[in-house]
Write a protein that binds this ligand. Structure first.
Ligand code: DC
Length: 430
């Protein structure tokens, strides 16, 4: 799986320098998305195209050829590395970057340039729009004064003549335009790491990001392995049985477990177990204290911890990337269900989700409908203090086909219904 690093932030935060250094150090392809907006701006200037001339802008976008070659940027075959950093491009680029047709076309281009590669991209909307699923996201920031100082210094080094007033005006205008524009404004992605670079040297920023990316790369490798189901070897079967017996005995020593409704697990086809989620011990209770093999769906991040990764492989836990459209995970679930296996899902998506008032996740109903299998609701009750009782109540299988209707939101409604059943089962008296 390609590895993607997204670096966003306003102008003058050191993004360019840091990104290009990190690309070399980490052997990632560097894509300066700002340069693509600059190239389009230069092309429009050269071809005398007005910013309200939609038709000719679209034509220009169709014919444009932007290439990144070593330290050069080529526009239609010509080296424009310096020209795109000067006026009039500087003054116009923010306006050009606001145009929807330009944004759509360049976002497509940036994605194409990155396709199948390990990349590091810098810009304004990489983590929020171009690659919302990027493996690592940073938002670099610095005070406006510091950024003006840096830009002046950088221009001087590049031999570009500009006055402080000019730079100040340009940065202020661009900050305002980039943050307030309608389409893909500059903002920090929720999962981006915020780095204030005001008092840091470039080297310090580089080192900080390098360490984080290195760790994420390492984690990504372990997580990726989680998506490869290991063969059901004799070793795996013996390990699973031994671990199960050992941990189940421990479980029985520590908790007084009472199970009801076990007959609901007797089915010829595969099915989905949906349970409430109090803590990690509840999934363990369902998996360990069951004669049947149940494969839980768990957040993929768990696979980055070696011992959990080992257990995950032994118990064929299906990883899922939270909050993302994880097709690989969906495929694994469907394959398992069609193979008549049992999978376990927490519709709350997180621990004590109901208490936190989270929206019930609809993945279980989606999968049940796709694979045409039933859902067995499970209510777990207990405070999980040693030597107290833990109740595991299995409910009657729910036929999702009976909850299906023409309402476009039926999956959400059906998921709430499943959750209601689960909550009722948590209250069941023995
Ligand atoms: O990073 P830079 O200064 O070279 O960017 C040039 C312009 O392009 C800047 O005004 C913001 C815009 N831009 C954008 O809107 N989205 C991006 N992903 C990258 C740059």
């Amino acid at each position: 799986m390609p590895f993607v690093v997204a670096i966003d932030g306003p102008s003058g935060t050191g993004k360019g320098t840091v990104t290009s250094a990190l690309a070399k150090k980490l052997n990632l392809l560097y894509i300066d998305t700002g340069a693509t907006y600059r190239c389009v701006t230069l092309k429009l200037i050269k071809e005398n195209i007005n910013l309200d001339d939609k038709e000719n802008i679209e034509k220009a976008l169709k014919n444009i050829n932007i290439e990144f070659k070593k330290n050069k940027i080529l526009l239609d075959g010509e080296d424009v590395s310096l020209e795109i950093r000067k006026n009039p491009v500087n003054d116009m680029v923010a306006k050009v970057a606001e145009l929807p047709e330009v944004r759509h076309s360049l976002v497509d281009l940036q994605r194409k340039m990155s396709e199948g590669k390990n990349v590091i991209l810098e810009g304004r909307d990489i983590g929020t729009n171009v690659f919302p699923n990027a493996d690592v996201k940073f938002y670099l920031d610095a005070s406006q004064e510091e950024r003006i100082k840096r830009r002046l210094k950088q221009n001087k080094e590049k031999g570009i003549e500009t006055s402080e007033e000019e730079v100040r005006k340009n940065i202020k205008f661009r900050d305002e335009s980039e943050k307030t524009r309608e389409l893909n404004p500059l903002r920090q992605a929720e999962d981006a790491i915020y780095v204030d670079t005001t008092d840091l040297t470039i080297k310090e920023v580089e080192d900080k990001l390098y360490k984080i990316i290195k760790k994420k790369k390492h984690d990504a490798k372990w997580i990726e392995r989680g998506y490869i189901q290991t063969k059901n070897t004799v070793f795996k079967r013996i390990a699973r049985k031994t671990i199960k017996v050992f941990l189940a005995s421990l479980y029985h020593i520590v908790y007084r477990v009472k199970k009801t409704g076990l007959e609901n697990l007797e089915q010829d086809d595969g099915f989905i177990i949906c349970s409430n989620h109090l803590n990690y011990l509840d999934a363990a209770a369902i998996v360990l204290l069951n004669k049947k093999t149940i494969r839980f769906v768990a957040k993929s991040d768990l696979y980055r911890i070696p011992i959990i990764s080992f257990l995950g492989h032994i118990f064929d836990v299906i990883p899922i990337k939270r909050g993302k459209n994880d097709l690989a995970s969906i495929k694994m679930c469907l394959k398992a269900l069609r193979n008549k296996e049992i999978i376990g899902i927490f519709p709350e998506g997180t621990r004590k989700g109901i208490e936190k008032n989270v929206k019930v996740k609809n993945g279980a109903v989606f999968l049940a409908e796709k694979a045409n299998v039933k859902i067995v609701p499970v209510g777990i009750r207990g405070n999980f203090k040693p030597f107290t009782k833990v109740y595991i109540n299995y409910g009657k299988p729910i036929d999702i086909n009976k909850l299906k209707n023409d309402d476009p939101n039926w999956i959400d409604t059906a998921s709430n219904k499943v959750m209601e059943e689960i909550i009722m089962l948590t209250k069941k008296q023995q």
